[in-house]
Design a protein. Sequence first.
Length: 511
Amino acid sequence: MSASAAATAVINLDLEGPRISRHLYGHFAEHLGRCIYGGFWVGEDSPIPNEGGIRLDVVEALRALHIPNLRWPGGCFADEYHWKDGVGPRSERPRMVNTHWGNVEENNHFGTHEFMALCELLGAEPYINGNVGSGTVQEMSEWVEYLTRDGDSPMVRLRKANGRDEPWRVRFWGIGNETWGCGGNMRAEYSADLARQYATYCRDHGDNTLYRVASGANGDDYQWTETLMRQISCFGCEATPRTFFQGVSVHHYTLAGPWEAKGSATAFDTDDYYRTMASARRIDRILTGHSAVMDVYDPGRKVGLVLDEWGTWWDVEPGTNPGFLFQQNTMRDALVASTHFDIFHRHAGRLVMANIAQTVNVLQAMLLTDGDALVRTPTYHVFEMNKGHHDAASLDVHLRTTAGTARRTVGDTELDTLSVSASVKDGTLLVSLSNLDADESAEITLDLRGGRVGTPTARLLTADRVQAHNTPAAPDAVAPRAFDEVAVTENGLTLTLPPHSFLTLSAPLAA
């Protein structure tokens, strides 16, 4: 047990670090459970308000997050998806079986045109994951051509016949997904060769320059990353990496226990909570490890690290299809997200994109839908409260804690229970603070150096217990509120952060 924590966060306002790409706040929508059908897509004949079949209350809620990109159609589904089955008149599209997720029949009513319409409604860039596991080089090359080429060609004529004259801009392309597992159970060397081959035939058409992301490692498999990096650069050399692909991915999920018994999303105890927080903190070590490998082959950091699947993974809610991965979302999940973002900000020099799994009704979702009801989850509120960090300049934060506080022993590890990050954009400071201690508050001093700030405003997200969550009957059980208990001092700001809480503090920089 720890006593009430006391900590000082030293922030140098005049020493800006790497830019925090807005794409670190990306999202993921797979044909899995009710993410697409019933989540984003209800069909044009639905009584639920929609535009061309796309559910408008979902769009409205997500637009408030300023989501920068949306990854689709998978995930594991991507490597059994053949895009030509999802274009043309919906009544003529062939059906398929979604063998990965629930073994349900897929009618392909939500395909390429519907996804691009969704991205336009959201104001988000599309991130399309191509089929390497069961597809062909030609298939993926033609998909790029179909979406992005102007003028005249076989795929352009097909696109126009399907109702779209002008090409879209689609920068982000995933070359396969989890090729080490559901995407083909490949060896790293074979997967790396395929990444080079597929990337070669995914062409830049006109001024649409592709950002190709090679299917990368599972968790801390640093050898996989090294195998990929050897395809584009040499050990310790200063040569500019070859341009087969511009990014490599990594996936990591947060669990409280073993994969076979992940535990309940809502019925958990304090020990489960702390194990979850310790698991969440592991992403810092994982990103550090992959970055170190990449630095050896790419010291100029031309190649980006892409964490395009992350989040909590619990046992499905009782009574739901096990293949649909529907889980509730509590204050615990919100603190997993806030902790991840602080870590992402510190890795902004190499980490260029991250995509939470997933956006609606699956895993650590932003939104839960039930018929015409829509619920914003605690995780949703973390994304909304943090959106001021998008494309901001990161600031180094040096956290000093009083001896014996702000730390919990979790198994054979030590968990730091305070997490903080800061950035500056358009003359405004934004500080994010998380107190992971389930029971004790934390007295925080923000020692602001190299500048002064004006009157601060703050918002707090917490609840009476870490298991608290939102439902259609209680949609605001966990919701942000104004926090007025910030004191201005000669050298900065002070506040007391309640147990299991997340706070954002914004202040204008003084001239």
